[in-house]
Write a protein that binds this ligand. Structure first.
Ligand code: PGA
Ligand code: ZN
Length: 414
């Protein structure tokens, strides 16, 4: 049973406060910390900030910490293994659609810490607790090696340029391929754009002074080649995060103003010229129709909804109905409980979607999403560059899980 719950304000990787929760049971302990986005979707659950300008520029989370206290008085004495009941109880306590009463950051901190405390009490790894005895598959890491958009101080409109080592035999090999390519890219950028071009953005990817999408794509291709890999070994994933360069009518990128039709043609051309496996948020977050068109045109490419779906089963259901995408980006803090995030994943994968479990641009040392990706049998995990502690924490956890699974481990084949 749950004996004690403690919450505190800690720092995330952007230097802003976030919520950490500790849960003690008779037999176990669980600790979880909540991530935070920069290019957040309008329909995400509410991240509660104090707004008190005298602390952390208003970004304090003491109210959310206090709300964990309120939640805690209800949960003390409950069986920590009752994840769904606990999550639903918190939804009830909150009583709003977007968790604005207690804050999704308060609720999620508890939800994840409950799962970890339960796994610890039962003495099983978190991935097996969440996914069952048949959790054996390791996701393809989609490594964000070059940053633009809101995550970097350059002129690239597209937010993320990711490498996907699909040709690896194991997760461990995939990480090696990714790290080698990351370093080859850093070296190439420094040679061609000067020393400062290897400075990094929010997710550890390089943030060179570039303006054009194709410039970034060409740099990636050169890096993959220099690292000794081919187009079969390593694919490319993009996250346009297009809401960020949409002006209400058109899209501003690469020094041009594009209509949705022109942007569609732009993506098709990119897919024809580069080994692109996935494109996330190619259009703004309400544009189900433009998504649908592109998904129809590029049926061999995974079109992923992030801001479009915000890990929300209702929005995902709408997307399934109109064929707006064939991939789901799953971010636990967009929805606010582990149970609802798992519901979102189930809904999407039952309808043939690829599943990408994802971090946020501000992260902590918490590794819950690594275990969640294995538990859900996710196709990919997106958790930044193969560098920076808050990013490598997740990749390193997956290395441990693969080791623990031993011969039973299987690297996802896409
Ligand atoms: P965010 O970016 O965490 O800043 O929202 C990640 C993403 O868009 O996938
Ligand atoms: Zn995204």
């Amino acid at each position: 049973a749950i004996r004690k719950i403690i919450a505190r304000e800690i720092l995330d990787s952007r230097g802003n406060p976030t919520v950490e929760v500790d849960i003690f049971t008779d037999k176990g302990f669980g600790r979880a910390a909540v991530p935070s986005g920069a290019s957040t979707g309008t329909h995400e659950a509410l991240e509660m900030r104090d707004g008190d300008k005298s602390r952390f520029m208003g970004k304090g989370v003491l109210k959310a910490v206090e709300n964990v206290g309120k939640i805690s008085s209800t949960l003390i004495g409950m069986d920590v293994r009752k994840q769904r009941e606990i999550d639903m109880l918190m939804l009830e306590m909150d009583g709003t659609d977007n968790k604005s009463n207690l804050g999704a950051n308060a609720i999620l901190g508890v939800s994840m810490a409950v799962a970890k405390a339960a796994a610890d009490s039962l003495n099983v790894p978190l991935y097996r607790y969440l996914g069952g005895s048949n959790s054996f598959s390791l996701p393809v890491p989609t490594l964000n090696v070059l940053n633009g958009g809101k995550h970097a101080g350059n002129d690239l409109a597209i937010q993320e340029f990711m490498i996907q080592p699909v040709g690896a035999e194991t997760f461990k090999e995939a990480i090696q391929m990714g790290a080698e390519t990351y370093h080859a890219l850093g070296k190439y950028l420094q040679e061609s754009y000067g020393a400062s071009s290897a400075n990094v953005g929010f997710e550890g990817g390089y943030a060179p002074k570039m303006e054009k999408t194709t410039e970034a794509m060409d740099a990636l291709m050169i890096a993959i080649d220099r690292a000794g890999y081919s187009e079969e070994d390593i694919k490319i994933g993009l996250d346009a995060a297009a809401s960020e360069f949409f002006d209400g009518e058109n899209y501003k990128l690469d020094g041009e103003v594009m209509t949705p039709e022109e942007l569609t043609a732009f993506y098709i051309e990119l897919v024809n010229n580069y080994p692109i496996l996935s494109i996330e948020d190619p259009f703004h977050e309400e544009s189900f129709e433009d998504f649908e068109n592109l998904t129809g045109e590029l049926w061999e490419t995974i079109i992923v909804g992030d801001d479009l779906f915000v890990t929300n089963p209702e929005r995902i259901a709408k997307g399934i109905e109109c064929g707006a995408a064939n991939g789901l980006l799953l971010k636990v803090n967009q929805i606010g409980t582990l149970s609802e995030a798992i519901d979102a994943a189930t809904l999407a994968t039952r309808n043939g979607f690829s599943l990408f479990v994802s971090h946020r641009s501000a992260e902590t040392e918490d590794t819950t999403i690594a275990d969640l990706a294995v538990a859900l049998g996710a196709d990919m995990i997106k958790t930044g560059a193969p560098a920076r502690g808050e990013r490598t924490a997740k990749y390193n956890q997956l290395l441990r899980i693969e080791e623990e699974l031993g011969d039973a481990a299987e690297y996802v084949r896409l």
